[in-house]
Ligand binder design. Structure first.
Ligand code: TXA
Ligand code: MG
Length: 354
């Protein structure tokens, strides 16, 4: 299939391109589009055939439900059984934005979109290109992240082209994603709200609106064995081709530990890589050293992380060490993605207070 790659200026999106993209969705096709979190791979959320086409293009198991993207609050009623008061409260504060809410689905949403579940995940993104596209598409766009299954979510149009060129009808190629991590997912179908996936909207932020929000225990477990409630989290997540180890501890000890490992790995003929903060990057001698950003600037680290993991794959590194990121909030979401990528392979040095 020929994929139309359309450059889009986010400050002045070409209406012709947007309506062409919307038309593709209305007639059953697939379009990748930018959002503030990561790029999405969109299809008509109310068409089972479109959702099946999304799974096929991604190479993703079809029991892994998709997020339905809307572009105004009044669209919500049609796809959920009823809008819980808690959803209004969270929407008031965090929509449009990087928050996905799970609610009971209406009959209009096909089971192909929800992976057979009676619930539906809904997000109202803030990205202006995403919003214009969703409106042009008829108001309901089902979209997982626009990566091939087994790759990190794409945070730049160039990664979408890498993964999806030839597999979908069109790519709306805008700016790099400003957040860089997938949305926070909160489940509103139980007695109290539960975070199923951490993200830019943190536990603390959600609790400022709804004090009874908690975190899915499967996310807190330090292994992959407790079954998660978000079906997507049970699948083997992205892992780099090389072995990834996360190293946590006081800065000098972390540098010493990684340096010793690099020497040992190099002597075995391995190609080595380090993901380090701006403050420490120059301390390492490895084949590839990538700067994740200022150690205290978690927003910057979030924005860069998935791109760095792709670079390590492109560089064919065998053995990768990443410094841990410490702190609450976005740092917790970054560590969640890093731990998954590393298969929970983390070395904790010394006596760490957590
Ligand atoms: O930021 C994002 O959320 C991006 C952009 C494109 O919006 N999308 C994204 O979609 O990350 P995806 O498909 O890669 O991740 C969706 C996650 C999966 O883990 C899936 O299992 C979970 O949401 N999910 C979707 N519907 C669900 C439901 N009804 N119940 C529980 N989990 C659900
Ligand atoms: Mg994904």
């Amino acid at each position: 299939m020929d994929t139309v790659i359309a450059r889009i200026d986010p400050s002045n999106p070409d209406p012709g391109m947007i309506s062409r993209a919307g038309g593709i969705i209305r007639s059953g096709g697939l379009v990748a589009f930018p959002t503030e979190t990561v790029y999405g791979l969109g299809g008509d959320a109310l068409s089972g055939d479109s959702s099946r086409a999304i799974y096929a293009a991604k190479g993703r198991p079809s029991d892994n439900p998709l997020i339905v993207h809307i572009a105004d609050m009044k669209s919500l009623g049609r796809i959920v059984k009823s809008v819980p008061d808690k959803a209004y409260a969270l929407a008031e504060k965090f929509w449009p934005g990087p928050l996905t809410m799970i609610m009971d689905k209406s009959d209009e949403v096909p089971y192909a979109t929800t992976g057979g579940l009676d619930t539906v995940a809904v997000r109202f993104p803030s990205d202006p290109v995403a919003q214009a596209f969703i409106r042009a598409a008829g108001g309901y766009v089902a979209a997982p992240s626009a990566n091939l299954s087994g790759k990190p979510s794409p945070t730049s149009g160039k990664y979408v082209v890498e993964d999806m060129d030839g597999r979908i009808d069109m790519i709306l190629y805008g700016d790099d994603s400003v957040i860089g991590l997938e949305s926070t997912i909160v489940d509103l179908t139980g007695t109290s709200p539960v975070i199923l996936r951490p993200g830019y909207i943190t536990l603390e932020m959600l609790r400022s609106v709804l004090p009874d929000v908690s975190v899915d225990t499967a996310l807190l477990a330090d292994d992959d064995k407790t079954p998660p409630k978000a079906p997507g989290m049970k699948y083997r997540h992205y892992a780099p081709k090389g072995d990834l180890v996360i190293v946590e501890g006081e800065r000098p000890e972390v540098i010493q530990y990684i340096t010793d490992k690099l020497v040992a790995d190099a002597s075995l003929g391995k190609r080595t890589g380090v993901i380090a903060s701006t403050q420490t990057a120059s301390s390492y001698k490895a084949d590839v050293v990538l700067d994740m950003g200022d150690a205290s600037d978690h927003d910057e680290i979030a924005r860069r992380l998935f791109g760095l993991l792709r670079e390590m794959d492109d560089e064919e590194v065998d053995s990768i060490y990443s410094e841990a990121v410490s702190g609450e909030g976005v740092a917790a979401a970054i560590m969640n993605r890093l731990l998954k990528a590393a298969g929970h392979n983390i070395v904790v040095l010394g006596d760490i207070q957590t």
